[in-house]
Write a protein that binds this ligand. Structure first.
Ligand code: HEM
Ligand code: HEM
Length: 394
């Protein structure tokens, strides 16, 4: 039977339950593996693949969650098997509401975080990466990340209790609770009635409100203070960066080492007619991964990310010829502002701008690596490559 009755879960409800359960498990595992994988040049590709998979599965869960809820409200809910055990029934019902909410809270908080940052691990789908009304902002990303993390803890605790309950019914009570969800077995006595869903739903709502509220009000600001991240640079108007990369290559003991900045934002004004515009880019130096020398590069000798967590570039864009453009401006890095100009290619097709460019900086201009006064261990030149795609302002 496809549909539910008051004593059984139909095939559709069970398919939703188990497919979402599986995808949620996979996403928890991927999220945790990602969290505990060190950020180095060697793991950058792996992490990109991992997070793209994680995000794509997450938005799939969100889509299934919407369909599941639409289906569930059109269906009777099977009655509890032991309504006389009021506490147990209430706990189980509350857990169900918690889990229904979780399959929205987790993907949405993840997606807000993804929309607020730029240029890392896209969702694999053609429908755009960013949610409307979410500005590109480190502060927003940080808050959403905290909500995602706290909500993840709530989810894992609830799933553990939920599985524990299911196993208790199967092993200790030896009743049909698990069989109802696995095989669609009919069980329960509708006449006995159940506990009011409303109270359990309200309890779940309160737990979620406290968790998310706590994440937004208490944990996120504390975290922001710790890391010195500033809630700033809102990309309000102008071109909207969809994807891109900011990478550097340094020469260490004669061999090139490639690295990337995972987090950066750019506010771009550009008129395709005249080829003129302005750019302001903020790069989180804390997000640098530079192979095995990431820690040294972030240390006080070089990027000194403890003191200077951001680098800023501001420049004027002008067209040279065709797609060839030039940016004339200044880069502020480790507290030093130095004029930096570079050429790049920028083409606009159907409202999508594709930009790529490269330049070479001299670390000595910024007083970086003063203790390495020759090039034997660290070269003076640092190659910087930038590539991005952006969509036209509304
Ligand atoms: C091995 C893992 C899991 C097992 C063994 C399991 C087992 C069950 C069982 C036996 C029920 C029916 C309870 C009843 O009839 O009173 C149920 C319902 C439910 N489960 Fe799971 N579950 C698992 C994972 C998950 C996960 C990961 C989620 C969501 C994130 C989830 C969400 C739900 C929800 C929302 C219901 C209530 C369905 C409804 O009545 O509309 N479950 N589960
Ligand atoms: C069922 C849905 C999802 C679950 C269960 C889930 C779970 C998790 C878990 C357990 C973590 C590791 C803990 C942490 O770092 O916060 C994580 C991290 C992350 N998730 Fe998700 N997630 C889901 C959906 C999404 C979606 C849809 C996106 C983006 C579109 C996303 C983006 C991220 C990102 C970027 C991180 C890394 C966070 C950081 O480095 O601070 N997640 N997720």
């Amino acid at each position: 039977m496809l549909v539910n009755s008051s004593t059984r879960y139909g095939a559709v409800a069970r398919l939703f339950h188990w497919s979402i359960a599986l995808l949620v498990f996979v996403d928890i595992v991927l999220g945790l593996v990602g969290k505990f994988t060190p950020r180095t040049g060697e793991t950058a590709d792996f992490l990109q693949l991992l997070y793209s998979t994680h995000k794509t599965i997450g938005v799939l869960v969100l889509g299934l969650a919407v369909l599941r809820v639409l289906w569930a409200i059109s269906q009777p809910r099977p009655v509890p098997l032991h309504p006389e055990r009021r506490v147990e029934t209430f706990a189980a019902e509350t857990a169900h509401w918690m889990l229904y909410a979780a399959i929205f809270v987790m993907p949405l908080s993840g997606w807000v975080m993804h929309s607020a940052e730029v240029g890392f691990a896209p969702i694999w789908w053609p429908f755009g990466q960013n949610l409307p009304f979410v500005p590109k902002s480190e502060g927003v990303a940080e808050t959403a990340a905290t909500v995602h993390w706290i909500a993840g803890i709530v989810l894992v605790a609830t799933v553990a209790a939920h599985i524990g309950g299911a196993l208790k019914h199967a092993i200790i009570d030896r009743d049909e609770t698990l069989a109802r969800m696995v095989r669609g077995t009919a069980a329960g006595t509708p006449a006995k009635g159940g506990l009011a869903h409303g109270v359990a739903a309200f309890a779940a709502l309160v737990i979620w409100a406290v968790s998310i509220g706590g994440a937004v009000v208490v944990f996120a600001p504390a975290h922001t203070e710790e890391t010195g991240a500033q809630p700033e640079v809102v990309q309000s108007e102008g071109w909207i960066v969809q994807d891109g990369s900011v990478s550097i290559t340094v020469v260490q003991i004669g061999a090139p080492v490639d690295g990337v900045f995972a987090n950066w934002q750019a506010a771009i004004e550009y008129d395709p007619e005249s080829g003129a515009g302005q750019v302001t880019a903020v790069i989180e130096t804390t997000s640098l991964a530079l192979g095995s020398v990431t820690d040294q590069a972030k240390g006080p000798e070089f990027f000194d990310v403890e003191t200077f967590s951001q680098a800023t570039y501001q420049g004027e864009i002008a067209r040279i010829d065709g797609v060839r453009h030039n940016a004339v401006g200044a880069l502020t890095l480790v507290g030093q502002t130095v004029p930096v100009s570079f050429d790049f290619d920028l083409g606009v097709t159907d409202g999508v701008a594709v930009m790529s460019g490269a330049t070479t900086l001299d670390r000595r201009d910024f007083g970086m690596g003063a203790a390495y006064s020759d090039e034997s261990s660290v070269g003076f030149g640092v190659d910087v490559s930038i590539a991005l795609t952006a969509t036209a302002p509304e």
